[in-house]
Design a protein around this ligand. Structure first.
Ligand code: FAD
Length: 521
């Protein structure tokens, strides 16, 4: 057990972990040779590139030391936090059947893992296909334009995160983050994701990690059914969930249970519609719309690092407010990545960004998005956000030539409304096109070359967050008792890590309430 934490330890770019014992000893006034490298755990590593001529790393470390620290040392340290997952005392309410997890994205994976390892033997249903088949389906889509509405960039084993940039950065503060990141490491991810300030796993590694997590869930008593869609619920006269209607291919079946984690992701539009018909309380939610913008990676590296070499491909985070009052911001920036088409329905196109672990494509891309308010939606219907997204995705499909080829142009064409610029602008509401034309040159003042004529603009990015919120109470439960809406699709997460944390929170709520199921399996 590490007992002390020390922050702000500086490490030069060419220094390795072997330099750490001496640095900690000096900072704490301990004599040389007191600490070994194995007494120290790196908890956070960030790159300080504020001064281009003095780029270095800054670390937070936990270390073990049994004696009393000298007074000077005590000033610099605090007690190391206990990072072990909290033990949750199981509840007493009997489960009417094995708990069900709907969706096997990051939220469903971590909910299932937590439930399985606590002895709740969950059953997972995922409408998409297992990894290997899904990868083949996505390849067929990207190469030949053949869309499988059930197995694609957003649906299938690993959820939307699988074909992603695999950034694990999150804006939330949550004690579960460490558990999520170390579970990824235990499943084969590189160790640095557990401490890097901007952890990045990459789609290539993430695919293997997801399969390893699935095997861990199965080994702990979980069961996973692919090609299986949740289509409805049955409830009793007390408003309690009693069973779930499922469909595997053409076969319909039911699973009796009184505990369901609903981890649908943000693109299960047919399921959102079915939930509305079932009367599950939901609310409208604002969203964003915009384009993917691509630059040569060297432009971003030059702006962030000056001439310094030997550093990872640089990223950026930009935001401003346009004169029409709309917020414009960069989203899901992928250094050394590629722009991907991420459709789930025929006749509609949307884009996103993806990268491999080594981020070596030479091209940087990011969503440049404009905020969309619920008053921009076509109606006050709870699912009007979906209608809004579908409208603009249909335009992108049409303007891309009726194929899954998103409209593209240069920034000069977009700005001046020449060449293919009008086709790209036609995939955006006027307020968004106007705000983007104004904001990109503003960002060009912060990153030289950002507004270059040649930057490539691709439309349309619509799926940065869920268009609805599925309401839940402080115990994470819907008005339909026993239903636990979770993750990004329910409106409680944005990104892989936060969706995984929400899965853990909801699993804990189920453990707190129900008695384990394992003895009945
Ligand atoms: P999802 O991952 O969407 O999983 C939901 C699952 O539920 C899906 O597999 C779906 O098939 C299944 N499902 C839906 N309806 C049903 C049903 N009725 N029955 C059974 N199964 C159903 N986030 C990051 O943090 N970093 C990134 O770098 C990043 N890059 C991205 C790049 C791309 C191309 C995309 C598309 C997304 C990216 N994201 C990224 C976002 C991230 O993927 C999501 O935030 C995250 O996956 C949400 O997790 P989730 O489990 O809530 O939902």
């Amino acid at each position: 057990m590490y007992n002390y934490r020390i922050t702000n330890i500086r490490l030069e770019l060419n220094q390795g972990w072997s330099a750490l014992p001496e640095k900690v000893e000096k900072a704490c006034g301990l004599s040389a040779g007191t600490l070994a490298e194995s007494d120290i755990a790196v908890r956070k590593e960030s790159l300080d590139a504020r001064k281009k001529k003095d780029i270095h790393r800054v670390l937070t470390l936990d270390f073990k030391y049994c004696g009393k620290l000298p007074a000077r040392g005590r000033k610099r340290v605090s007690a190391a936090p206990d990072l072990r997952p909290r033990a949750i005392a199981p509840g007493e309410k009997p489960l009417a059947g094995r708990p069900l997890v709907v969706g096997f994205g990051p939220c469903g994976i971590f909910a299932a893992l937590s439930l399985a390892e606590a002895g709740y033997a969950p059953i997972v249903v995922e409408r998409g296909r297992p990894m290997e088949q899904r990868v083949a389906d996505v390849d067929a889509f990207w190469q030949e334009g053949k869309l499988d509405p059930e197995s694609n960039v957003l649906f299938g084993e690993g959820g939307a995160g699988t074909f992603s940039d695999g950034k694990l950065t999150t804006g939330i503060k949550d004690p579960h983050i460490h558990q999520v990141l170390t579970s990824f490491v235990d499943a084969g991810a590189p160790e640095d994701i557990a401490y890097a300030q901007k952890p990045h796993i990459g789609t290539d590694i993430l695919r293997k990690v997801v399969v390893a997590l699935r095997k861990r869930i199965e080994a702990a008593g979980g069961e996973i059914h692919f090609n299986t869609q949740m289509t409805g619920f049955e409830q009793n006269e007390n408003g309690e969930l009693v069973s779930v209607e499922l469909k595997t291919g053409e076969e319909k079946w039911k699973h009796s249970t009184n505990a369901v984690v609903l981890a649908l992701g943000h693109s299960a539009r047919d399921t959102f519609r079915a939930l509305k018909d079932m009367g599950i309380p939901m609310a409208q939610k604002p969203l964003s719309i915009g384009v993917r913008l691509e630059h040569p990676q060297r432009i971003i590296d030059q702006a962030q690092y000056g001439g310094q070499t030997g550093l990872p491909p640089a990223s950026y985070k930009l935001s401003c407010r346009a004169q029409n009052g709309r917020g414009v911001y960069s989203f899901c920036m992928c250094p050394g990545g590629e722009v991907v088409t991420a459709s789930t329905q025929p006749g509609m196109v949307c884009v996103n960004g993806m990268s491999n672990r080594n981020r070596d494509s030479g091209t940087a891309n990011a969503g440049i998005l404009v905020d969309v308010r619920t008053t921009d939606f076509p109606s006050t219907d709870v699912l009007a956000g979906i209608e809004f997204q579908e409208y603009w995705e249909r335009r992108a499909f049409e303007y891309g030539g009726g194929r899954f080829a998103p409209p593209r142009c240069s920034f000069a064409e977009f700005r001046d409304n020449t060449g293919r610029g009008p086709e790209v602008a036609a995939c955006l509401p006027d307020f968004a096109a106007e705000a983007l034309r104004e904001a990109i040159p503003v960002f060009g003042k912060r990153i030289r070359g950002f507004d270059s004529d040649k930057a490539c603009v691709t439309a349309v990015e619509t799926r940065s967050s869920s268009p609805v919120r599925i309401l839940r109470n402080d115990d994470y439960e819907s008005a339909l008792k026993g239903l636990y809406p979770a993750g990004e699709g329910a409106g409680y997460a944005g990104g892989i890590t936060s969706a995984a944390c929400d899965g853990l929170r909801v699993a804990e709520a189920i453990v707190r309430r129900f008695a384990p199921f394992l003895d009945k399996v």
